[in-house]
Design a protein around this ligand. Structure first.
Ligand code: ADP
Ligand code: AMP
Length: 277
């Protein structure tokens, strides 16, 4: 045990030393200014059909960037659970696989972006915008805050793969965390790993409602992809890969940002190190 403890301590000090050296080099390369944290900058949306993996990947992005994760589906389900007038109306639409009105969901996102402290570190939107008017509403909202969207990431997957994903999905309603009976089972049957609370199956997660949700996706949300292709911030990921690979593809997109940032500070830190040696 003593040897292992010493080895861990030694490795920690090596890592801390390297970390300090890297920070010093970055500070030098940025002309003395502290390197900008990506946490302050992330503003992105995840587009994809039901079951593509938006709710699986978004919490990882939230953790990486300390930003907020806004899922309009989760917000609407919370209204349904509270049996508010909006919730009662929304439930009928959601169970039928339709879309709640643009004004309502735009209003919900606006309210969060303005008042949710977590969104100060940026945001990841999941399940919004789902129509072109919602995308236009988001653009107008960001313009009024002098902000722009950085990434519109499309999770691409064939419809045929989604039935198994959706019919096996289990969710923890309070957090929105999702599991899968086969692909991502909870540690304990029907129980959330983090809180120990019960998991449920969504009332719209059945094969029949999925057909309607997919039809809605192709007719109303597919044009949103075209909208972002035109703005130049669209990127696509193969969402049929296993979750770890999807995450790596997302990281590659974020690394692209870093490469862009470092090339704008005179060729980047690595090229500076390479020149010296
Ligand atoms: P969305 O939020 O896009 O509707 P989810 O992230 O909730 O989709 O994923 C739908 C279901 O598929 C969940 O049960 C989840 O555990 C599972 N899942 C997510 N990503 C993958 C993947 N890459 N491979 C297999 N199953 C996945
Ligand atoms: P989701 O949790 O993203 O699968 O969403 C569940 C349901 O909520 C959808 O099938 C829609 O009925 C509704 N919904 C979620 N987000 C939106 C949105 N941006 N616009 C309209 N309806 C939405």
């Amino acid at each position: 045990m003593g040897y292992l403890d010493d080895e861990v301590k030694h490795l920690r000090s090596v890592i801390e030393g390297l970390d300090g050296r890297l920070k010093a080099l970055e500070t030098k390369a940025t002309g003395g200014a502290a390197p900008k944290k990506t946490t302050e900058e992330i503003r992105m949306i995840l587009i994809g059909p039901p079951g593509a993996g938006k709710g699986t990947q978004a919490p990882k992005i939230k953790e990486k960037f300390s930003c907020c994760h806004l899922a309009t589906g989760d917000m609407l389900r919370s209204q349904v659970a509270k049996k508010t007038p909006l919730g009662r109306e929304a439930k009928k639409i959601m169970d039928a696989g339709g879309l709640v009105s643009d004004d309502i969901v735009i209003g919900m996102i606006k309210e969060e972006l303005e008042n949710n402290a977590e969104c100060k570190g940026g945001f990841i939107l999941d399940g919004f915008p789902r129509t072109v008017p919602q995308a236009e509403g988001l653009d107008a909202m960001l313009r009024s805050r002098n902000q722009t969207l950085q990434h519109a990431v499309e999770l691409q997957i064939d419809d045929a793969l989604l039935v198994a994903r959706i019919t096996g999905r289990l969710v923890h309603p309070a957090s929105g965390r999702s599991y899968h009976t086969i692909f991502n089972p909870p540690k304990k049957d029907m129980t959330d790993d983090v809180t120990g609370e019960p998991l449920i199956q969504r009332s719209d997660d059945n094969a029949e409602a999925l057909k309607k949700r997919l039809a809605t996706y192709h007719s109303q949300t597919a044009p949103v992809v075209g909208y972002y292709k035109n703005t130049g911030i669209w990127k696509a990921i193969d969402a049929s890969q296993e979750p770890g690979q999807v995450w790596k593809s997302l990281l590659a997109i974020f690394d692209g940002d870093k490469a862009k940032a470092s090339s704008s500070i005179g060729g980047g830190i690595l090229s500076k190190i390479a020149h010296r040696s």
